[in-house]
Design a protein around this ligand. Sequence first.
Ligand SMILES: [Zn+2]
Length: 209
Amino acid sequence: MDGVWRTIKGRRVFIKNGETPTEAFKRQYINEEKISKNQKEQIEKSENEIYSLNIEYLYAIDENGNVSKFSSNLPNAVLKKDIDLSKVKNAICVHNHPSGSCFSPGDIFTFVDYDMKETRVICKQNDKIVEYSFKKDKNFDYTFTYPEFKKNFDKNKKNLIKEVNSGNMTVDYANKMLSESSEKWFNENSSKYNFIYKKEIKGWKRKDT
Ligand SMILES: [Zn+2]
């Protein structure tokens, strides 16, 4: 998908070719405007609380701003058995990625499986704090979104593992490349499969620097 990034009302907006800036802004931010003030505040607070942790946490924030916190004490997953699914259903869910990467295929699978309203990842990337978000648009096509993303992810991962094993690349660099290939996939396929994806760099000062 070709297009350009612009800053509109202080937000980074990806304008696809043939789309007006207003259309692009609406596509990426209109649903967010429906979030209650309390829910929005609790999301920010939750993200700030977990972004720098080395263990993965999943916080579910309901429309009234009630926060439910879950963890399996693992660096790369929160297991289904440790999550109260009734709290996650229809909630905006935020989890941290200690690895600093974009969504995994499992994140997209659980988004649908758990019936979330929106899923977000908050993480550190160098000196920045980055938030990824994913939610349905009208006519969201799950049938293809998950398998197609997973296929792309697995193919890239396999190639990168080869590079690491042959000594051409460090593991850290390969992880960064994998994350970037996922970002590219989400940007290129949002209108094809009707989902809303965005990446936002937070303006907060990092706690650990
Ligand atoms: Zn995840």
